[in-house]
Design a binder for this molecule. Structure first.
Ligand code: PLP
Length: 458
């Protein structure tokens, strides 16, 4: 048998940005100065930046060309018209509300739909989405499948909703006279390790939403990656294009909120797209107060154009196969070397399982935070914590996942970069006992992971 031929990226490099690896001493100093929080590092001190895939994509020549065609009119920019048309074609929704990024969309949606004391069922949560639900007076409820928080469970659709839990919640709400304004379903659930839902599960959720007359809104930030997993893993979709699967998923939803900084290949941008004209009208009124006029939503015309073109490019089957393949290849190398990771590997990131990587650090000493800091000091690679620090308030009893996310920006790094990442983490794993736990010395009230400060426990 010959060796499997690995296809190279379906693009070539036209423009480059230099990066440099500062010394080990300088890295140790930098992470101390950053209070052991990788969000506080200076980007110049980072060699390979896997903090996030948000807004870090490389744009295509076609998108850059579109930037030159920005119509910077305050109202009625032709780039917005183009964006609306593209969204209607790719997602299938007639109404679009542009926002500056995903959390802008979550804010407007929460304000438009949630009343004080309402319950919102979610498959786990995304940090900003839950924060906006709660700020609007809502109560977040988890209806994810139990496998979602089991890093060793090999189910292929750990992003599914547990329909029994969902039904039970709806019936309880009815009994207690509590309103459920919508069901919230995230594609490729970030907090579970980038895990997708299946079409089969989505159809069951839709049936419940219809029966009880509760709208279904999807966080479609990583919908293309979710669609790719459906193509690869769900029976009957192998020969269906990712573009068709995206459209099919949306046909079961009332609307989506999107951070276009991920799938849609732009550095800034977001939107809500939906079917209901009345709700759209309400959101249009709100967006003017919080984001900008309803035809730019806090974005320049050139950003709207880059987003429209990015949405057209993101469903290309060769591109998305390469993107997810790159993540899978990094995961495979780590797993083969015995490094504990969440499996199956998600769509946008490899998640290290800190509970198994540094079992000598108890959860109260923030194992994932400590591991992310150690990875930086070891290699100059920036990752981020996804565990108890990213947990919403830090006051709830928590025995969930304790992960470090190595997030791969789109179209940015080559196989050589990712080999360096794998080699460095494998080397660190061999001397993992030397990694020390941390003590939290400051935390903001919400979204504390961005700015929390730590000291090493000596
Ligand atoms: C699933 C998901 N939803 C929403 C957001 C928020 O989007 P933004 O960062 O553009 O505000 C993110 C950002 O990481 C995300 O991953």
């Amino acid at each position: 048998m010959g060796k499997k031929i690995i296809l190279p990226p379906p693009f070539k490099i036209k423009s480059i940005e230099p990066i440099r690896l500062i010394s080990h001493e300088a890295r140790k100093h930098a992470i101390q100065e950053a209070w052991f929080n990788t969000f506080e590092l200076q980007s110049e001190d980072v060699f390979i930046d896997l903090l996030t895939d948000s807004g870090t994509s490389a744009m295509s020549d076609n998108q850059w060309a579109g930037m030159m065609l920005g119509d910077e009119a305050y109202a009625g920019s032709k780039n917005f018209t183009h964006l609306k048309e593209v969204i209607a074609e790719v997602y299938g929704f007639p109404y679009t509300v542009p926002t500056h990024q995903g959390r802008g969309a979550e804010h407007i949606m929460s304000k438009a739909l949630i009343g004080k004391g309402d319950w919102i069922p979610n498959n786990l949560y995304f940090t900003t989405r839950r924060a906006h639900q709660e700020l609007a007076g809502g109560v977040w409820h988890d209806v994810s499948v139990a496998q979602a928080i089991d890093p060793r469970n090999s189910s292929l659709f750990k992003g599914n909703i547990d329909t029994k839990k969902l039904l039970a919640l709806i019936l309880k709400a009815k009994k207690e006279g509590v309103k459920i304004p919508y069901i919230s379903m995230e594609a490729c659930v970030n907090m579970a390790g980038g895990q997708p839902f299946s079409i089969k599960n989505l159809q069951s959720v839709r049936a419940i939403s219809k029966k009880y007359n509760i709208p279904l809104y999807i966080d479609a930030t990583r919908l293309v990656e979710n669609a790719y997993f459906i193509q690869q893993r769900e029976k009957g979709y192998r020969c269906t294009s990712v573009k068709k699967i995206v459209r099919k998923i949306c046909s079961f939803a009332d609307g989506v909120t999107v951070s276009a900084k991920k799938d849609a290949l732009v550095n800034i941008g977001g939107f809500i797209a939906l079917r209901d004209k009345k709700v759209f009208q309400k959101m249009r009124e709100l967006v003017v107060i919080w984001e900008g006029l309803h035809t730019y939503g806090g974005l320049a015309g050139r950003d709207l154009e880059a987003m429209a073109r990015g949405i057209q490019e993101m469903t290309d089957d060769d591109y998305i196969a390469h993107r997810v393949g790159q993540v899978e290849a990094l995961g495979e190398r780590l797993e083969k070397s015995g490094v504990p990771i969440v499996t199956p590997v998600g769509g946008h990131a490899v998640f290290l399982d800190a509970k198994r990587f540094v079992p000598h650090i108890p959860q109260k000493a923030f194992p994932a935070q400590a591991l992310a800091a150690a990875i930086y000091a070891e290699s100059g690679v920036r990752s981020m914590e996804r565990g108890i620090v990213s947990g919403q308030h830090g006051d709830e009893p928590y025995d969930g996942l304790e992960l470090v996310r190595l997030t791969i920006p789109r179209r940015v790094y080559t196989r050589e970069h990712l080999d360096y990442v794998a080699d460095s983490i494998i080397a660190l794993y061999k001397k993992r006992r030397a990694i020390r736990g941390l003590k939290m010395i400051y935390a903001p009230q919400t979204l504390r992971f961005f700015q929390a400060r730590f000291k090493e426990i000596l």
